[in-house]
Design a protein around this ligand. Structure first.
Ligand SMILES: Cc1cc2nc3c(=O)[nH]c(=O)nc-3n(C[C@H](O)[C@H](O)[C@H](O)COP(=O)(O)OP(=O)(O)OC[C@H]3O[C@@H](n4cnc5c(N)ncnc54)[C@H](O)[C@@H]3O)c2cc1C
Length: 324
């Protein structure tokens, strides 16, 4: 049997953005409901060491941080539902969302915080060595490669930015690109080419990530020349896959304005073009994509939604009084 649940604020996603929105909304007395999705806790649950989330002097573990965030949200009164939303109707309020088992969620306001997943190459060794030398986030993990050799794979803005960022930690950065020219903006390319600590391997695709003996982690990448087919090996301590991200916004295509898949919000707010629908975190952020920025945006979305509800309640009371 399917159920219908109504909430003042429905939050889609249980990463740092969704759970921060839940904490703020619950503390405002809105009894928010969080639909957790297929990845309860979001992207940080697939990493280990987190060293840049404020408030913790020592390195903490991503899954632990997200458990604590969820416990905090529940402690102040947020409800959690384990479901994956497969359909949304934003054409009228209350908004109507349907889970994959047919359960229906109606809501006066909706906070979308479904995140963005890094794109991976899908080659041998990548998954097994993820977090053990293979990463998709230089800002998150670059620090762990201080003084070591790293490679960055990709040819767009993200790859060039990651390579430049990594020079803060490493004197030996190699950009590996499958073509003979980069897609990145010219100004970024100029900075890349001018950097003494970055070398580029053109026309090379990664065939396999190679791990060392036992628990040694990544020791190198096997490459294949895209012009000649020649195979070579590049030793490295860290490999950063930087071929872009895919925001989880398929549900909103044709319903909300998207920019390269990211939900467009009014500048400096979390408001989408549909009153009562807000977006927060990586799903609306193609630049920063960090846990702390996602959490900050979750806070903004809860506050924007709370103000929206307060105004709507006030208008409804005024209209009712005028009708008497
Ligand atoms: C390996 C790795 C390591 C990282 N390390 C760091 C780090 O050290 N420091 C740092 O600041 N950042 C790090 N990041 C980035 C950080 O994890 C993200 O910026 C952050 O998690 C974004 O939060 P979010 O809430 O916007 O989205 P996410 O964390 O991506 O959460 C999205 C949520 O939406 C849910 N969802 C998606 N679709 C649906 C649907 N249809 N219905 C219901 N729910 C849905 C998912 O289940 C998930 O709960 C790392 C990322 C990765 C992948």
């Amino acid at each position: 049997m399917t159920t219908t649940t109504h909430s003042r604020m429905l939050i889609l996603g249980s990463g740092p953005a969704g759970l921060s929105a839940a904490i703020y909304a619950a503390r405002a007395g809105l009894k928010p409901v969080v639909v957790q999705g297929m990845q309860p806790g979001g992207q940080l649950t697939i990493t280990t060491d987190v060293e840049n989330y404020p408030g913790f002097r020592e390195v903490i573990q991503g899954p632990w941080l997200m458990q604590e965030m969820q416990a905090q949200a529940e402690h102040v009164g947020a409800g959690m539902v384990w479901d994956q939303i497969v359909d949304v109707d934003l054409s009228q309020r209350p908004f109507r969302l349907t889970g994959d088992g047919g359960n229906v969620y109606t809501a006066d306001t909706l906070v979308i915080s479904t995140g963005a997943q890094a794109k991976w190459l899908g080659v041998e060794g990548e998954e097994a060595l993820s977090g053990k030398g293979v990463s998709a986030c230089a800002t998150c993990d670059g620090f762990f490669y201080r003084g070591k050799k790293v490679v960055v794979i990709g040819g767009g803005n993200t790859a060039v930015e990651e390579a430049l960022y990594l020079t803060n930690h490493s004197q030996d950065v190699t950009l590996i690109h499958r073509r003979d020219s980069l897609r990145a903006e010219k100004i970024l390319q100029e900075r890349l080419f001018a950097h003494p600590n970055i070398k580029i391997l053109w026309n090379k695709a990664v065939k396999r990530f190679v791990g060392g003996e036992g628990a040694a982690g990544l020791v190198g990448v096997d490459l294949i020349d895209t012009m000649t087919g020649e195979e070579t090996h590049e030793p490295t301590d860290g490999a950063f896959v930087a071929i872009g991200h895919k925001p989880a916004t398929e549900l909103f295509e044709g319903k909300l304005e998207l920019d390269e898949g990211y939900i467009v919000v009014e500048k400096g707010t979390s408001k989408t073009a549909i009153p009562g629908v807000f977006a927060a975190g990586d799903v609306t952020d193609k630049i920063y994509r960090q846990a702390v920025t996602a959490a900050g945006m979750g806070c903004m979305a809860a506050l924007d939604a709370e103000r929206f509800l307060a105004e709507a309640d006030f208008e409804a009371t005024k209209a009712a009084a005028a009708a008497e």
